[in-house]
Design a protein. Structure first.
Length: 123
């Protein structure tokens, strides 16, 4: 099972879909294969360290994932980490139990491992 370390302050990368500005950290994976599961369908994308978030990477590949605020506040982009590890820049939507259960906010998520599987179908 993957974990979801909470992150800190915004930094200086170009923003895509996300309203916030994200900064890559040394512990972030240089590249990561992200498998996204939604409505039972699996789609694999590549994430590069300089991308602002997993949500941005998916959007740039033409995927339509649920999102609203892109600031870590609303929880619309919530998904469960099935495999791998990610960290979040900010989290104002998930409680400690949800984070402990492996849920993350994709608008704030950065992969720490070379492969990450996220499911939007888990509740």
């Amino acid at each position: 099972m993957g974990g979801a370390p909470l992150g800190g302050a915004p930094g200086g990368a170009e923003a895509g879909v996300g309203a916030g500005v994200h900064e890559a950290r040394p512990e972030d994976a240089e590249r990561s294969r992200i498998v996204l599961i939604r409505d039972g369908l699996r789609r694999e994308i590549e994430f590069q360290k300089q991308q602002p978030s997993i949500l941005d990477a998916a959007s740039s590949c033409g995927m339509e994932l649920p999102f609203s605020c892109t600031s870590g506040v609303c929880g619309t982009c919530r998904a469960k980490v099935i495999e791998g590890e990610v960290r979040m820049e900010r989290n104002f939507a998930l409680d400690k139990a949800e984070v402990a259960a492996g849920f993350v906010l994709c608008c704030q998520a950065h992969p720490l491992t070379e492969r990450v599987v996220l499911s939007f179908d888990e509740r």
